[in-house]
Structure formats: structure tokens, C-alpha cells
Design a binder for this molecule. Sequence first.
Ligand SMILES: [Zn+2]
Length: 123
Amino acid sequence: MRLLRFVPLLFLLACASTPSAPDAPLAPLAPPAPPVPAAPPVTAATTDPASASVDPACLAHADAKDGAVDKVIARCPNCGLTMDGKPEFSTTLDGYEAHSCSAHCKGALEAEPAAVLARSCNR
Ligand SMILES: [Zn+2]
């Protein structure tokens, strides 16, 4: 059966002799994308002095955070309402009594009540 020995060779030759398909023409390049319009300049967050008043929603949130809606914020706002405040470091804010945990936090709260409460607002 010598013929069998040639079968692979024939197969190889058949493959080699197959004309290769011409390379497909390259797809035309897509036209350049139109320039993206420049984003409007981001205006710096305005620190409006008039907005220094404390957000009532934040006060209510802070009030409820200690488990009792009693107009007493028993957690230290400057510590993100994570620390227990002390009555001796109390600050009155729009009818709420906010207890800070320390003289330092009380000072920070009184210096920027709106900012401090806003920080605690989402906690
Ligand atoms: Zn504190």
C-alpha cells in the first residue's frame, strides 16, 4: 500500500496550490469624528455668604440621628454625628440644641454651622 504514503503529500500539495483569496480591501477609514464641543467652564462652587444659614433638613436629620426627634442633636455634628455630644458643649442652631463632644468641636460648629451640618447631612 505505497499509495497511502502519498496521500498526505497530495493533500499538502492541494492545499499549497489553492490560490489564496486576494486580500480583502481595507475598509475605508471612518471620517474623523466631529470635534466634541467643549464643555462649558465649570464655575467654582459659589460660597454664598447668604447660604450660611443651616439647612433645616440637615438639622432635622442630625436631630433624628440620635434616635429622638426632640430638637436636641445629641451627637456631635462636627464628628459626623458619630460621637456623643455633651450638654456642656451646647450650641443653639435655629431652634435646635446641638451638643458637641468637645470644646474644639463646639468651636468648629459655631464657626461654620452650615458647613458642619452639611457634612453630617448624608450620614
Ligand atoms: Zn466632636
